[in-house]
Ligand binder design. Structure first.
Ligand code: SAH
Length: 213
């Protein structure tokens, strides 16, 4: 059985080898990854392997994303302390916890009840920032709590997320994986004269589903 110290060491190694050495240099982002106990969001049998350079199954054909992928997307968002952030696809809740340490408030939607309940439970036991979880289809965003300064989508979309972009503040940023023959993470920025988009990296996410589960 591994102790708290082993997990702390594993976390430090993850941050240095998988994140910093690959170009994640935002200090606030790195600090959040040093803080959040990833081992609590995966199968307990994994032990400190929870900090490996990998995604893992979390049940129901879903996965907790690879730390580097999350870091890349979160760094691209450039979250400021006062930002309100919307996350589509809570999954394990790991990324939700990371986001909550960087933003003022996080709103996160998960479509699968079992995962929603599991994430609520774990996040409730941790010292995180302000988190609001919702069960349902997040593909159309969270209209009653909009607009958001930042939006992050954790499942693969087939087209430009027009409805979500409508829920973004001016100057807001959105990152999402989009599958069009190949799959890439895109960054959208809402500017005075429209939306600009940049391709950040190739990726592989589970598909975003439409409608209730
Ligand atoms: N960042 C999460 C990724 C989880 S995988 C983590 O690291 O744990 C993507 C999640 O998106 C899955 O839990 C899946 O159930 C959820 N999902 C898929 N379509 C959705 C939708 N339309 N609305 C909300 N959640 C959705």
């Amino acid at each position: 059985m591994e102790g708290i110290v082993d997990y702390k060491i594993a976390r430090k190694r993850m941050v240095n080898e998988q994140l910093f050495n690959r170009g994640i240099t935002d200090r606030r982002v790195l600090k959040a990854f040093l803080t959040v106990p990833r081992h609590l969001f995966v199968d307990p049998g994994l032990g400190s392997k929870a900090y490996d350079d990998s995604s893992f199954p979390i049940g129901y054909s879903q996965t907790i994303s690879q730390p580097y992928t999350i870091a890349l997307m979160v760094q691209a968002l450039q979250i400021a302390e006062n930002d309100r952030v919307l996350e589509i696809g809570t999954g394990s809740g790991y990324q939700t916890a990371i986001l909550s340490l960087l933003a003022k408030e996080v709103f996160s939607i998960e479509r699968l009840k079992v995962l929603f309940e599991k994430a609520s439970k774990i996040l409730g036991t941790l010292k995180t920032g302000r988190i609001n979880l919702k069960l349902g289809d997040g593909s159309l965003g969270w209209q009653s709590r909009a607009p958001f300064d930042r939006i992050i989508v954790s499942a693969s979309m087939k087209e430009k997320p027009v409805e979500l972009l409508n829920q973004l503040t001016d100057g807001g940023r959105l990152v999402a994986p989009i599958y069009r023959g190949t799959e890439n993470i895109f960054l959208f920025t809402k500017e005075q004269n429209g939306i600009s988009q940049t391709k950040i990296a190739k990726c592989s996410f589970v598909p975003l589903k439409r409608g209730e589960a």
